[in-house]
Ligand binder design. Structure first.
Ligand code: F6R
Length: 610
């Protein structure tokens, strides 16, 4: 995730900016840069890779000045490179901008600015902002930023400097976090508290649509409409480690809570303004090429493979193309039938998983077109695939994947709708209905998160057991597999996920008095069938937790011991909700067992060996 830091005061800003960016390294980044007012004007240095590379560039040629902005970039638009790193400037080099977030309408704005004569030097959406602010400038940077912001759609936190007004640093927040640090004779901006914690514990936390104008001696707060506002100072009493986790005890919990944002960000810019269609401009296939697809193979590992299991149902039901989902480590060795009319979809959070990469290469060798769903721009998978859908989950730090998985689900929904529209397998009213339901998902996840204490209690009870089962039918079975993996990997409790109707073919022998069974019951057409499977395990003494849609608690309550209700959505979208309680159960069970939640034993975040 990108990081912002900014300084205006009496001290040399370069070290403050670099040290601030170092405090944000834990968030992950692929390039970095700073802009400082020096005696030569607004000077920028940036570099791909670690901050050490930037420091090397500054070594011997420091940027001396007491006002500056800095940024660590996690690529979203355009690969990691010096040119794509922030800060970005306009063509006169008088304006400089750092930006976190996504500008949804940047292509339209870019076309307009190019027509006015602007020359773009990067592939980023951010560069649009520096040209736009310069274009709007008529002697007042605050007004120019306000006018620019009015024209931008999306999510953004900004730090803006202009050489014309070196006494002012302008900051804006819209759906991407930004805090203002208040010092004595100096003030700061930071996308996160750790960036400025060394210098001050007094901060203003900006809300959406608010901006701050910082000088050495003060901070003015206003809305982006220009109305002055006042705010309480928030005193931070976190230590640095707590601040890195934004006050959460673990990165995993923080990332579970970041899912509503990850859903919104992954959808952002990919749904038409009227909400009736999906626009995946990153897919280079023509309509004829899409019509020529005869089958789809989804290939991935672990949690990403589980997203692929949901993806199979999504794509088959929306696009009516046959889909197989494979474990990447098996795919290559089973001599899969890959033909030029096969679309191979590889799914990988890191984009570096060795087995997934090998499967991708095998698919290409056989002449298939490869589409990647990945979270990391510039990763091996993203570079080698023909088409890439970037999930916008932001860097995932905890080993156990949560927000990356759910963002992969969102990517599959978008892809399914895009294919359905192109192939004419679903009409526009249906597509609009799904899109509307997708827009509700972030808030629905928030309401599940509000009930975390209930799941904590459930997890604490479960943590006393050494074996348990997850069961479900249809996509519920796919989610059950993810819930089971999550529990195993961080709590070390043995669990199995079973297709609910398959238990009676042998596994019922393992159901004995008191064994916990978590049953997903979200598919209306399968309710009765699942309920009869629940009866089978209940009759053998199992203790059943039912994860059920709101509105059906009454019916299910008679058959289970405990209930957790999730908000109602379309059956196909339910995995994006039903997995959340399972993530929380795994988290709290791990905690109850005293495990190292973020770094479970024997696992690595990125598995780059076969
Ligand atoms: C589980 C987990 C792993 C990964 C798997 C694939 O929480 O994180 O199962 O999902 O190693 O990794 P990526 O998605 O990076 O290819």
């Amino acid at each position: 995730m990108c990081g912002i830091v900014g300084y205006i005061g009496k001290r040399d800003s370069q070290d403050i900016l670099i040290e601030g960016l170092k405090k944000l390294e834990y968030r992950g980044y692929d390039s970095a840069g700073i802009a400082v007012f020096t005696k030569n004007g607004l000077e920028v240095r940036k570099s791909i890779g670690r901050l050490a590379n930037l420091e090397q560039k500054l070594d011997g040629q420091p940027l001396e000045g007491s006002v500056g902005i800095g940024h660590t970039r996690w690529a979203t638009h355009g690969k990691p490179s010096d040119a794509n790193s922030h800060p970005h400037t306009d063509n006169t080099h008088k304006f400089s901008v750092v930006h976190n977030g996504i500008i949804e309408n940047y292509l339209d704005l870019k076309d307009e600015l190019i027509a006015k004569g602007c020359k773009f030097v990067s592939e980023t959406d951010t560069e649009v902002i520096s040209h736009l602010v310069a274009d709007e400038y008529d002697g007042d940077i605050v007004k120019a930023v306000q006018r620019a912001v009015k024209r931008m759609r999306g999510a953004f936190a900004l730090g803006v400097l202009t050489e014309y007004e070196p006494e002012r640093l302008v900051a804006v927040r819209f759906a991407s976090p930004l805090v203002i640090g208040i010092g004595e004779g100096e003030n700061f901006i930071g996308s996160d508290i750790p960036a400025i914690l060394e210098h001050t514990r007094n901060v203003y936390i900006l809300n959406d649509g608010e901006m701050a104008i910082l000088t050495k001696t003060g901070v003015e707060l206003m809305t982006t409409e220009g109305e002055f506002i006042s705010k309480e100072i928030f005193h931070v009493d976190w230590d640095l480690v707590t601040a890195e986790k934004a006050g959460f005890d673990h990165f995993m919990l923080k990332e579970i809570y970041e899912q509503p944002k990850a859903y919104r960000d992954t959808m952002m810019g990919r749904i038409s303004d009227d909400g009736r269609s999906v626009e995946l401009t990153e897919i280079g296939m023509t309509a004829d090429e899409i019509r020529a697809i005869r089958k789809i193979h989804i290939v991935a590992c672990g949690t990403a493979m589980h997203a692929g299991l949901v993806g199979k149902t999504v794509l088959e039901s929306l696009a009516r193309i046959p889909v197989e989902t494979d474990v990447a480590s098996e795919y290559r060795y089973r001599s899969p039938i890959i033909t030029p009319d096969t679309l191979v979809i590889v799914v990988s959070q890191s984009g570096e998983t060795a087995d997934t990469l090998a499967a991708l290469r095998e698919a290409k060798r056989c002449g298939a077109r490869v589409l990647a769903i990945t979270n990391v721009v510039g990763s091996s998978v993203s570079r080698e695939a023909d088409d890439v859908i970037i999930t916008q989950a932001g860097p995932e730090i905890a080993v156990a994947s949560t927000k990356a998985y759910t963002s992969q689900l969102i990517a599959f929904y978008l892809l399914g709708l895009f294919l359905a529209e192109t192939l004419g397998t679903k009409d526009s009213a249906f597509i609009a209905e799904v899109v509307t339901a997708m827009h509700q998902l972030p808030e629905q996840v928030e309401s599940i998160l509000d009930n975390a204490p209930v799941l904590k209690q459930v997890a604490e009870n479960l943590s006393k057991h050494n074996n348990l089962f997850f069961i479900g039918r249809g996509v519920d079975f796919a989610v059950a597999q993810e819930g089971s993996l999550k529990l195993k990997e961080i709590s070390y409790i043995h669990s199995e996920a079973y297709a609910a109707g398959e238990l009676k073919h042998g596994t019922l022998a393992l159901i004995e008095e008191g064994i916990p069974v978590i049953s997903l019951i979200t598919q209306e057409d399968l309710y009765e069938k699942t309920l009869s499977n629940i009866k089978e395990v209940k009759a053998r003494g199992a203790h059943v937790l039912g994860v059920v849609n709101e509105g059906f608690e009454g019916e299910v309550a008679k058959s289970v011991d405990e209930l957790f209700a999730i908000p109602k959505t379309l059956p196909l979208l339910s995995p994006a909700l039903s997995v959340v309680p399972l993530q929380l159960i795994a988290y709290y069970a791990s905690l109850a067992r005293g495990n190292d939640v973020d770094k479970p034993r024997n696992l690595a975040k990125s598995v780059t060996v076969e």
